[in-house]
Design a protein around this ligand. Structure first.
Ligand SMILES: Nc1ncnc2c1ncn2[C@@H]1O[C@H](COP(=O)(O)OP(=O)(O)OP(=O)(O)O)[C@@H](O)[C@H]1O
Ligand SMILES: [Mg+2]
Length: 295
């Protein structure tokens, strides 16, 4: 077992590398060159909004025990790709997806797949904390209740979810109070707890810290690092430092204008280990973006 993240991204080195992401004895987080046994894979993913081709041919694999950052300039399709992974785009009128997204090998767009179940297993946290107008307790209990999850003891589940989101100590004496009484950073951790409560193994986060101050941001980043071992975390961020601080892998997207229509279609430029993306990227467009010369 190596204790340093591998940097070469060749097939040979992939199969010679550690099988699964894990924490080495030194405490350093080790990830293989490519996700092994990916939890989610997007294959030849294309997304259209009506006639507009928003995202072109994306291929990505996401591993358990890893944090993946999706970065790139505004409009390059990061949120669009994220929403495809748990069929959130089904809720957008006019959106159409081609290609495949598999979750543990099963196509989430398959004819017999229930999109509600997909969203329970692949949870999502949004840019702006969006607690329900309910008590802290009921925010957490809501998902398990409406999805008909079998729960032996709801109090225990609520406590466990709040612990997972590092919020328990701050709210344990006011569980019946409105979630609106919490600070923005606490509300975002509540939203993470709410997501965790339905026992997903993938959590999608779309700019989860962009409405938070640096202290609240730092708490969420710490939380992401704590949660990493149990989940595949996929995070859209415009914050390069955040991507570099928390993620194991980074996918860089850009948008290319169509020669005839001028419409800008998003595409994946480079997907690699984060330390590679930020130190020695393969593509000059990645280099230009991360060094602030573009986008
Ligand atoms: N509901 C929609 N209807 C039509 N077009 C849309 C819709 N949502 C997104 N788009 C378009 O798809 C493209 C990709 O948008 P998307 O929101 O995925 O980009 P993004 O990379 O997340 O941008 P940002 O960093 O600004 O959040 C953009 O051109 C956008 O205008
Ligand atoms: Mg977005």
């Amino acid at each position: 077992m190596t204790t340093k993240p591998a940097t070469a991204n060749t097939r040979d080195s992939v199969y010679g590398a550690a099988n699964l992401a894990e924490v080495a004895d030194t405490g350093e987080h080790v990830v293989p060159d490519l996700p092994q046994e990916p939890v989610i894979e997007a294959t030849d993913l294309n997304v259209y909004y009506g006639d507009f081709h928003a995202v072109h041919d994306v291929n990505l694999a996401f591993g358990r025990g890893e944090i993946t950052a999706l970065i790139g300039p505004s409009g390059c399709g990061k949120s669009t790709v994220l929403r495809c992974l748990n069929r959130m785009n089904d809720l957008v009128i006019g959106a159409r997806v081609t290609g495949a997204v598999t979750y543990h090998g099963q196509n989430v767009y398959g004819p017999k797949v229930d999109p509600i179940e997909v969203r329970r297993r692949i949870g999502m946290v949004f840019q702006k904390p969006n607690p329900f107008p309910k008590s802290i307790y009921d925010n957490i209990a809501y998902g398990p209740r409406v999805t008909g999850m079998k729960v032996d003891n709801m109090d225990d589940l609520v406590e466990e979810a709040l612990h997972s989101a590092a919020l328990w100590d701050e709210v344990k004496d006011k569980l019946k109070q409105s979630a609106y009484g919490l600070s923005g950073g606490q509300q975002q951790r509540l939203c993470i707890a709410r997501t965790v409560a339905t026992r997903p193994d993938v959590i999608l986060m779309d700019e989860p810290c962009s409405s938070l101050d640096p202290i609240a941001t730092s708490r969420i980043e710490d939380l992401m690092l704590e949660m990493r071992k149990d989940y595949a975390l996929i995070v859209v961020t415009h914050n390069m430092q955040q991507a570099a601080r928390v993620s194991d892998r980074t996918a860089f997207f850009t948008a290319r204008p169509d020669e005839t229509t001028g419409n800008r279609t998003g595409l994946l430029v480079e997907y690699n280990l984060t330390n590679r993306i930020f130190s020695n990227p393969d593509d000059s467009r990645t280099e230009a973006y991360i060094s602030g010369r573009f986008g």
